[in-house]
Design a protein around this ligand. Structure first.
Ligand code: NAI
Length: 243
C-alpha cells in the first residue's frame, strides 16, 4: 500500500504509543514524516527506527510559537505538508470534579486542547500553500461520553471533537479535510500510567485496543481514500461507546 507516496506528514506525540504506531504506518505507506514530541530522545529513537524518510523534532504543543516552528521544520525538511496528526496528549490525575487540582486542569487543557488548536492553527496555512491537506486530531471515546474523575481530560477531548468540526466547515472548500478519532482504552504507556488494569472488561470485545488498530483508522482518514469525509469523529473502541 502506498497511499502516502510523495506525501509529507507530521505527527505530534510520535515518540510513543499511538503516535509512534501512526508515524511508522504513514512512513511504511510512503510518507516522509516529522516525528514531533516534547521528548526529543523518544522522537529520535522512533525516527531512527523508521529510517531516512523520518526526521525527529522537539516540540512542546503547549507553546503556539513552538507549533509554528514545528510546521516550519516539516516544510524545511520535506518542502510541504500534506498530512498532520495531532496526537500529543496527557491523561492527568484522577479526581472528582470538586477536588480536581487546578494546576492539573491547566496542564491537561494546555496539552490536550490548546495543543491541538495551536497545531492546527500553524498547519492550516502551510496546507493552504500547497492546495490542501488532511488533518486528523486524536481525541478519545471521552470526546463523546463522560468518565468519572477525569473532568479535564473529558472536557479537552470533547473540545477536540468540536474544534475538528469547526475547522472542517471553515476549510472544506479549500481542500483541507479535518477529522477526529476516538480510541477506547488502548495498550499504550498512557494507560499504564492510569493503572487501569481492569479496563479491558469495560469494552464489549473484552480486550484493550492496539496502537496499530487506531493507526489504521488515522491512516485511512489521512489518505485520499477518505476524500469525501470531513468533520467526522470515528471511534476505535471495541464497542465501548455503543453501551
Ligand atoms: P503516550 O503517553 O504513549 O504518548 C503520548 C506522547 O505525547 C508521548 O511521547 C509524550 O512525550 C508526548 N507529549 C506529551 N506532552 C507533550 C507536549 N506538551 N508536546 C508534545 N508532545 C507531548 O500516549 P498514547 O496512549 O499513545 O496517547 C496518544 C493520544 O491518544 C493522546 O492524545 C491520548 O489522549 C489519546 N488516547 C489514548 C488512549 C489510551 O488508552 N492510551 C485512549 C484514548 C485516547
Amino acid at each position: 500500500m502506498s497511499d502516502f507516496a510523495d506525501k509529507a506528514a507530521l505527527v505530534t506525540g510520535a515518540g510513543s504509543g499511538i503516535g509512534e504506531a501512526c508515524a511508522s504506518m504513514l512512513a511504511d505507506r510512503g510518507a516522509s514524516v516529522l516525528i514531533a514530541d516534547v521528548n526529543f530522545d523518544a522522537a529520535t529513537r522512533v525516527a531512527e527506527a523508521i529510517g531516512k524518510r523520518a526526521v525527529a523534532h522537539e516540540v512542546d504543543v503547549r507553546d503556539p510559537k513552538a507549533c509554528e516552528a514545528m510546521v516550519a521544520a516539516a516544510v524545511d525538511a520535506f518542502g510541504r505538508i500534506d498530512v498532520a496528526v495531532n496526537n500529543a496528549g496527557i491523561s492527568g490525575p484522577r479526581a472528582v470534579t470538586a477536588e480536581y487540582p487546578l494546576d492539573a486542569w491547566e496542564d491537561v487543557i494546555a496539552v490536550d486542547l490548546n495543543g491541538v488548536f495551536y497545531s492546527m492553527r500553524a498547519e492550516i496555512p502551510a496546507m493552504l500553500g500547497n492546495g490542501g491537506g488532511s488533518i486528523v486530531n486524536v481525541a478519545s471515546v471521552m470526546g463523546s461520553v463522560g468518565l468519572p474523575r477525569s473532568v479535564a481530560y473529558v472536557a479537552a477531548k470533547h473540545g477536540v471533537v468540536g474544534m475538528t468540526k469547526s475547522a472542517a466547515l471553515e476549510y472544506a472548500r479549500q481542500g483541507i479535510r479535518v477529522n477526529s478519532v476516538g480510541p477506547g482504552f488502548i495498550q499504550a504507556p498512557m494507560l499504564k500510567q492510569e493503572g487501569a488494569a481492569g479496563a479491558a472488561y469495560l469494552h464489549p470485545m473484552c480486550r484493550l485496543g492496539r496502537c496499530d488498530e487506531v493507526a489504521e483508522l488515522i491512516a485511512f482518514l489521512a489518505s485520499d481514500r477518505a476524500s469525501n469525509t470531513t468533520g467526522s469523529y470515528f471511534v476505535s473502541d471495541g464497542g465501548y461507546s455503543a453501551q
